[in-house]
Design a protein around this ligand. Structure first.
Ligand SMILES: [Zn+2]
Length: 85
């Protein structure tokens, strides 16, 4: 996961509300869920603790996940259903 500089959860003076990355899903066995590295990258980043920051979206083939700033994650829903709306 590569992020631009985001000191104090701001980019160009604007609040960061969400970050995201995709899982490439190159085969059936590809991990859908956020990895431990993904979770730590969010929870251990002191510059992702802004007042309006909701968390990091992980867009995989099957599901959209949200990693919350404290490191919990949950399924938002099926990617195909949400992205076809
Ligand atoms: Zn990931």
């Amino acid at each position: 996961m590569m992020m631009p500089p985001h000191k104090n959860c701001f980019v160009d003076g604007k609040d960061i509300t969400v970050s995201f990355h995709t899982h490439p899903n190159t085969g059936k066995d590809f991990q859908q869920e956020p990895s431990l590295t993904d979770i730590r990258a969010v929870s251990d980043d002191f510059d992702l603790k802004g007042e309006f920051y909701l968390g990091e979206l992980v867009i995989s083939e099957q599901n959209l996940y949200m990693i919350e700033p404290a490191g919990d994650y949950h399924v938002i829903g099926a990617t195909k259903v949400i992205l076809e709306r």
